[in-house]
Write a protein that binds this ligand. Structure first.
Ligand code: THU
Length: 132
């Protein structure tokens, strides 16, 4: 099963393929599901700025395409050793597929800078249960 170091390696590799010519802020994400499989994604920007996608969004889309829907752990690696915490929309995107104790790690290529649970990232969140 992929540990955090392996997720950091995959997120870094994904970041290296990011398309971020407008922000110059390449980001990679790698998540492990409850079955142990790993999915990665990078941000993809667009000349029409709001059309761009976040790295977490791409990793989640790959997971869904892979037929899976439970995030056990996720790593994000930003540029230049900078702390890269998820935007509000990606917190909600992760929330759809994560338990409250799911761990999010903001990392560099080599270090974990910050770890937060899903519930810390998005307290009192709205999720699938609210529609039952
Ligand atoms: N970005 C991500 O891909 N993930 C994050 O967690 C934060 C921000 C991207 C979006 C945009 O392409 C660039 O970083 C600058 O905001």
């Amino acid at each position: 099963m992929a540990d955090v170091t392996e997720l950091m390696r995959m997120a870094t590799r994904a970041r290296d393929n990011a398309y971020a010519p407008y922000s110059n802020h390449p980001v990679g994400a790698a998540l492990r599901t409850d079955t142990g499989r790993v999915y990665a994604g990078c941000n993809v920007e667009n000349a029409a700025y709001p059309v761009g996608n976040c790295a977490e969004q791409a990793a989640i889309a790959a997971m869904v395409l892979g037929g899976e829907s439970r995030i056990a752990e996720i790593v994000v690696v930003g540029p230049n050793g900078a702390l890269c915490t998820p935007c509000g929309a990606c917190r909600q995107r992760m929330r759809e597929f994560a338990a409250p104790d799911m761990r999010f790690h903001a990392c560099t290529e080599t270090d974990v800078l910050m770890t937060m649970t899903m519930d810390q990232l998005l307290p009192e969140s709205f999720g699938p249960d609210n529609l039952k």
